[in-house]
Ligand binder design. Structure first.
Ligand SMILES: [Zn+2]
Length: 489
């Protein structure tokens, strides 16, 4: 794990492997850089470096000096700071340096702690690689990540804040590892084992895993139906942390855990299937979130619930046109076996309501292609029946740069989920598909405060961008930790 150190000034004898100097757009120094003016003066005079957000220029004199653009001083915010420092870390990776020194910018628009937090997050989130399967190319071109980042110009700082940011980054890395790993490796059993080992390592964390026999006893007919085409058993994983035993408040986070989604008998095309090992991102996110909440000793009660199975294809696969009974007792006519996420989620929701007594539930799922059509790869859809959840989650989205956009739970569209032969249809087709998926979930949540985050776009991206390094982004973890912090204070 990268270690971040704060230091008042650069030591006279220190020879940084890489020294990063910050500039505002318009070639204005963003800190006192007069000591190095003989190095950066010329490139600025020639107009070769303007200080635009993320602009970099490497100078090889007195070591490696990197000029880094922070963009316009008047429009700087935490997200831009995270983004700017992701470019510096990419240069560090390209040059294979193990430590870098960053002159801390003078920022008037953000509180010092907020600036420190954003800058450290930009560094930590970018300092990740999923490359262990590139065996041949690794021999020639090994990946070198930063092991140490020294922030220069900070006299007083809070070590606890840096430790906290590292714990949160570890949670993001864990989520990314699980999402990026082969579906053959990150299977339902592996996710159950991961939850158990997190519980073993962390004080105050309890894991409980229901196996197929117990799922049958609970009559989780939808999770079992989705699992029928798979050679691997399904599980329902819970991971609990009771950080505030005196309080009755209990937040339950439910994460979709389809470890591979072929679509079942409604088989996906090759193009649509190729990313489907990411369909357990919700489960990875909620398990890692509860682990981080425990590591940070947040004063809150929170449980992750993850229904995990493959949606595979086989002679035993569940069938379109047939009706299956959910744990709640409601019957569902399955008209699309590829709309399986909502099926496993509603059994998990019913389980949570019956056994965990939540005061609020948030489910996180790579649920619909519709949300990607509506909002693209970088914004998740937020659906909720509760204004307090809407306000808190939107605040967390703003604070973390993990984008959310509130979508409507438009009641008239429930009509589209009407079945002639069962209580509800599982899919209402293409139009408004992320909305009808959310309305399907809502049929099972009762009157509890509930939010649904459809992150089908944000959890897995085709190209690296800023501090999202490769494929699995770890989206949602920082958002949920920020939310839990708001609720715990
Ligand atoms: Zn599907």
């Amino acid at each position: 794990m990268l270690k971040i150190i704060c230091q008042a000034a650069l030591d006279k004898h220190e020879r940084p492997e890489l020294l990063v100097l910050p500039f505002w757009e318009g070639s204005v120094e963003a800190a006192d850089l007069s000591h190095w003016k003989h190095l950066w003066g010329k490139p600025l005079d020639y107009g070769d470096f303007k200080g635009k957000l993320g602009e970099t220029l490497l100078i090889y004199e007195e070591g490696r000096i990197l000029l880094l653009g922070l963009g316009k001083k008047e429009t700087l915010n935490a997200e831009n700071l995270r983004r700017a420092y992701s470019f510096a870390v990419r240069i560090a990776h390209a040059k294979k340096v193990k430590s870098a020194h960053f002159i801390f910018p003078h920022i008037s628009l953000l509180a010092k702690e907020e600036a420190l937090r954003a800058l450290a997050e930009g560094i930590l989130l970018t300092n990740y690689s999923f490359s262990h399967l590139k065996e041949d190319s690794l021999k020639e071109n090994p990946v070198v990540l930063l092991e140490k980042a020294v922030l220069i110009g900070i006299e007083h700082h809070d070590d606890a804040l840096l430790a906290k940011l590292s714990a949160i980054a570890s949670g993001v890395y864990l989520t990314r590892e699980l999402v990026n790993g082969n579906a053959d490796d990150v299977n339902p059993k592996m996710l159950a084992d991961t939850a158990c080992s997190l519980a073993k390592q962390t004080q105050g964390l309890t894991a409980h895993v229901l196996d197929k026999k117990e799922l049958k006893k609970e009559k989780m007919g939808l999770l079992l139906a989705v699992n029928r085409g798979s050679a691997q058993d399904p599980y329902l994983i819970t991971l609990s942390y009771q950080g505030n035993p005196e309080s009755k408040e209990h937040i339950v986070l439910i994460g979709k855990g389809i470890t591979y989604d072929t679509g079942g008998l409604a088989l996906k095309t090759a193009d649509n299937m190729v990313t489907m090992k990411c369909d357990m991102a919700g489960a990875a996110t909620v398990l890692a979130t509860v682990h981080v909440a425990a590591a940070l000793h947040l004063k809150i009660n929170v449980t992750a619930v993850a229904p995990v199975t493959e949606n595979a294809i086989d002679a035993k696969s569940y069938k379109m046109g047939d009706v299956y009974r959910s744990m709640s007792g409601k019957t569902v006519e399955v008209n699309n076996t590829d709309a399986e996420g909502r099926l496993v989620l509603v059994d998990a929701i019913t389980y949570a309501i019956r056994h965990l007594h939540p005061t609020a539930m948030i489910d996180v799922a790579s649920l619909t292609g519709g949300v990607v059509v509506a909002l693209g790869e970088e914004i998740a859809g937020l659906f909720t029946n509760d204004e307090r959840l809407a306000k808190d989650l939107s605040g967390s989205s703003e604070a973390t740069g993990e984008n959310l956009w509130r979508m409507p739970l438009y009641p008239d569209y429930k009509e589209m989920l009407k079945s002639e032969i069962a209580d509800i249809l599982n899919s209402a087709g293409k139009n408004g598909s992320s909305i009808t998926a959310a309305l399907f979930l809502q049929e099972f949540t009762g009157s509890l405060p509930w939010a649904h985050i459809d992150m089908a776009g944000s959890c897995y991206q085709s190209k690296p961008k800023f501090y999202n390094t490769v494929k699995g982004t770890g989206y949602g973890l920082r958002l949920l930790i920020d939310f839990l912090e708001r609720r715990s204070s």
